[in-house]
Design a protein around this ligand. Structure first.
Ligand code: CA
Length: 231
């Protein structure tokens, strides 16, 4: 749920904005002085700020400038005076949008949604999340090729990592040792030695991920067939 901070000293306006934003599914916090608003904006994780210009203690202009030094979340500045809006727009303090009071609450909601969507697209395109597989206590970071068991990182060789990842990506699917060898070692033919390689690797993986290797919770042996990652 997106968190919105409203910094507004006129209680009736703040409450009206809050009601409309909450009806649209946002989590809303109101601060009614500039100092409290600035403190909240810098210390908490808000997704967007609706910022009044004329405020007690610290004005919206100063808050916007200070928040911009630290955060790039959308800021919508509001003011009762159109001249003030025109003036601060010209100063380029980094607000994303400006609205002159009175405005309709549904207009505010529409702009909040548009700015959040735009911001999420920007963030989403610049930071690509790592590809992570999480099954109970095991976390496999495919991008960084790291494995964590109950929060503790374990060292895996390349083939151990590939084998564990392949099994975890195909949960509850039973693979024969031949199939696993073909898949991970990428070879067509195999000997009894190669089959033993799979067994050895499974044993090594279990030593790292299982609490009790004789009663595996993750990689199960299906007797006479092969292995499967149990979910
Ligand atoms: Ca005001």
């Amino acid at each position: 749920m997106s968190r919105i901070l409203i910094v507004e000293d006129e209680t009736a306006i703040a409450e009206l904005e809050k009601d409309y934003l909450e009806l649209s599914g946002f989590d809303v916090t109101i601060e009614n002085t500039g100092d409290k608003g600035l403190k909240a904006a810098l210390s908490e994780d808000f997704d967007l700020i609706v910022l009044d210009l004329m405020l007690p203690m610290i004005d919206g202009y100063e808050i916007c400038r200070k928040v911009r030094e630290k955060k790039d979340i959308p800021i919508i500045m509001v003011s009762a005076k159109k001249e003030d809006i025109d003036k601060i727009r010209g100063l380029g303090i980094g607000a994303d949008d400006y609205m002159t009071k009175p405005f309709s609450p549904s207009e505010l909601v529409a702009r909040v949604k548009a700015h959040l969507a735009r911001y999420e697209r920007l963030v989403g395109s610049s930071i690509k999340a790592n590809e992570i597989i999480e099954i109970r206590g095991i976390k496999i970071d495919k991008t960084a090729r790291r494995v964590f068991v109950n929060g503790e990182e374990k060292a895996f060789t390349t083939k151990e990592f590939d084998l564990l990842t392949f099994l975890a990506e195909n949960p509850n699917h039973v693979f024969t040792k031949e199939e696993l060898f073909n898949k991970i070692w990428d070879m067509e033919s195999f000997s009894q030695n190669d089959i033993a390689t799979v067994t050895v690797h499974i044993k090594k993986i279990r030593e790292k991920v299982e609490l009790n290797t004789s009663k595996p919770q993750y990689i199960e042996t299906i007797w006479g067939v092969g292995y499967r990652f149990k979910v």
